[in-house]
Design a protein. Structure first.
Length: 230
């Protein structure tokens, strides 16, 4: 029994690694097909939809489903990705400019820019998995992911740690990037976010049930209930 259990776990691990490698290749190919700038947003959306399906036991054909989600969400994917890219470029340029200064004011501003960049990275980690789970308008995705990042700091720190680790490993071993670098980050962050969102939704349901029993309790706002985010 122990040998059979180990064999099943080994097979599951190998199957997941192959799936991640295929996802990584698909993300790169479809990002390039979109001209990179117009491709990374829809590719990330499609990848997170597939990650959520995978962690919930789905077995849809990977290539066909990725292409379908990429095409279906091309507009919304760019509506999410392009603002992130613009903000990222602006923060990078500002941090580079101010961090080069030796005066106190420049150092304070550069530290502030760095903090904003860290917060933005945390929001980004939530943004695309949130798209894969909830049906909201584009502005609401930014609003709710920012709110979730602020109110669930432990999860945000974990996601930032995962992101920093992925960047360190990819810089140390560049050969991993075409095979696992991006796909592994998408899979782990998507898996974590799915659990964070599930725990949050369950907590909200419990709070709403308690509020329904209390005639003096205030009703939850429509936006919060729709997103399932406390």
């Amino acid at each position: 029994m122990a040998s059979g259990g180990f064999g099943f776990k080994a097979y599951t691990l190998f199957d997941t690694l192959v799936w991640i490698a295929c996802l990584n290749v698909l993300w790169i190919v479809f990002t390039v097909l979109g001209g990179v700038v117009l491709g990374f947003g829809p590719s990330t959306v499609a990848a997170q939809v597939l990650v959520r399906d995978k962690v919930r036991g789905g077995a849809a054909p990977l290539v066909r489903r990725f292409a379908k989600e990429y095409a279906r969400n091309f507009g919304k994917g760019n509506a999410l990705g392009l603002p992130l890219a613009a903000v990222g470029v602006a923060l990078t340029l500002n941090w580079g400019y101010f961090s080069a200064g030796w005066d106190l004011g420049s150092q304070i501003v550069s530290a502030g820019v760095l903090m904003v960049a860290l917060f933005g990275a945390g929001v980004t980690c939530y943004l695309f998995p949130m798209f894969a789970r909830y049906s909201l308008s584009v502005p609401q995705y930014f609003l709710m992911s920012s709110r979730f990042a602020m109110r669930h700091l432990a999860g945000t720190v974990i996601l930032l740690f995962v992101t920093a680790t992925a960047l360190f490993v990819c810089r140390s071993v560049p050969g991993l990037v075409p095979f696992f670098g991006i796909g592994a980050w998408l899979y782990v962050t998507g898996w974590l976010c799915d659990r964070f969102f599930t725990a949050n939704d369950e907590a909200m349901e419990a709070d709403q049930a308690a509020g329904a029993a209390d005639p003096m309790a205030m009703p939850a706002s429509v936006a919060t209930r729709e997103a399932g985010i406390a």
